[in-house]
Design a protein around this ligand. Structure first.
Ligand SMILES: [Fe+2]
Length: 374
């Protein structure tokens, strides 16, 4: 049975220990159980990851019929595929026979064939072949198609939703779309993907991202000199936030990994609830998909995009990826450190920086609302 705060008094009590109505100045961080107890992971799988649009693929991966991308998030395998009719569809990527995951990776196929017993589904999800079923009774193959998910595109990205009636995708993100347009994201090309696996809860990684630059001058000393942290600001929207600021300009001090030509004169770091970040700076953009793999394990997928001019310069691309990796390694280490600290009996709830951490507070309020919805 699905876990909920209604059926689990302990869970309700722990959810209530973060009060979303208390203003930032007086607020306490959520208790550590939100990050360490697997019942919260189960609750999130039922709420946060069921009720919201989730990043699933890039639009550029679906150029022709048969193009597909498979993945999974919070324990739910999905596959997105372009049909013969050019329609983009998404399905739970689970065979209706014996539950094997049907498609892996990305590519182009004429049909979706389960590798276990060869059950074959059309690009529209219909069951076409179920080999060697023999004299099976009461089997209506029309009722054994792949189970559909909602799918939609926004700003060159493909999202899926596992709820019947999701809110319209992108309807509340018009200002973000405008700002990304202004920074000409449409002209950027996908160039490379990197994946990081972290021994921490996914929310530890999101919190770290949403601390309003608080950790940058301490943890990312190479990056800090290239960002004007005084101009850095966080703006809160309904279900996303934008951190932005100026680059520090042509620095005379060149650090070992030179960030200045990567950063440019303006940065925009957008976070979309629950688990997507879009970072636009200089001639580049990266998106970060924060994918929970369990209570204390998280994958973060980085997709890097460049302007057509810079994408051609392998040397610049390589240096940029290396510079980004330095920052990511620092974030991986601190997030894993936080997860270890959350396990300590000495810690339960912390406090917010009023100056820096309202983006993080906003995230916790959105979580609290989702947790209380079931
Ligand atoms: Fe960081």
């Amino acid at each position: 049975m699905a876990i909920s705060t209604k059926s689990n008094p302990w869970l309700l009590e722990e959810v209530r220990r973060f009060d979303p109505n208390v203003p930032l100045e007086a607020a306490w961080l959520p208790p550590k159980s939100w990050y360490t107890d697997s019942r919260f992971y189960d609750l999130e799988s039922e709420t946060v990851f069921k009720h919201n649009w989730l990043i699933a693929a890039r639009s550029d991966q679906f150029k022709k019929p048969g193009d597909f991308v498979a993945g999974s998030v919070a324990g739910e395998p999905y596959v997105v595929v372009r049909g013969e009719d050019n329609q983009l569809r998404a399905f739970f990527n689970v065979c209706r026979h014996h539950a094997a995951v049907v498609m892996a990776g990305a590519g182009c196929e004429q049909a979706l064939v389960c590798p276990y017993h060869g059950w074959t589904y059309g690009l529209d999800g219909r069951l076409l072949r179920a080999p060697e079923l023999g004299a099976v009774k009461d089997f209506d193959r029309n009722k054994f198609g792949l189970v559909p998910m909602k799918v939609g595109e926004w700003s060159g990205l493909v999202f899926v939703s596992m709820t019947e009636n999701p809110r319209p995708l992108g309807a509340d993100m018009t200002e973000l779309a405008r700002r990304l347009q202004e920074m000409s994201v449409d002209s950027l090309q996908f160039v490379a993907r990197r994946k990081y696996t972290l021994a921490c809860n996914w929310k530890v990684y999101v919190d770290n991202y949403l601390d309003g630059g608080y950790h940058v001058s301490y943890l990312h000393k190479g990056l800090a000199g290239q960002l004007d942290l005084d101009s850095y600001k966080t703006e809160i929207f309904e279900r996303y936030s934008i951190q932005s600021g100026a680059g520090a300009g042509g620095s005379s001090e060149k650090s070992a990994t030179d960030f200045s030509e990567r950063i440019g004169d303006k940065v925009l770091y957008a976070w979309i609830y629950p688990n997507l970040m879009i970072n636009r700076y200089g001639p580049m953009m990266d998106t970060n998909w924060v994918i929970p793999r369990g209570n204390a394990q998280t994958d973060v997928i980085f997709d890097y995009y460049f302007t057509p001019e810079t994408a051609r310069h392998a040397d610049f691309v390589e240096k940029s990826l290396a510079a980004s990796d330095v920052v990511q390694q620092e974030d991986v280490e601190i997030c894993e450190s936080v997860q270890r600290g959350l396990g300590s009996s000495s810690y339960d709830q912390g406090r917010y920086s009023v100056k820096r951490e309202h983006g993080e507070h906003h995230f916790h309020k959105l979580l609290a609302a989702d947790f209380r919805a079931v």
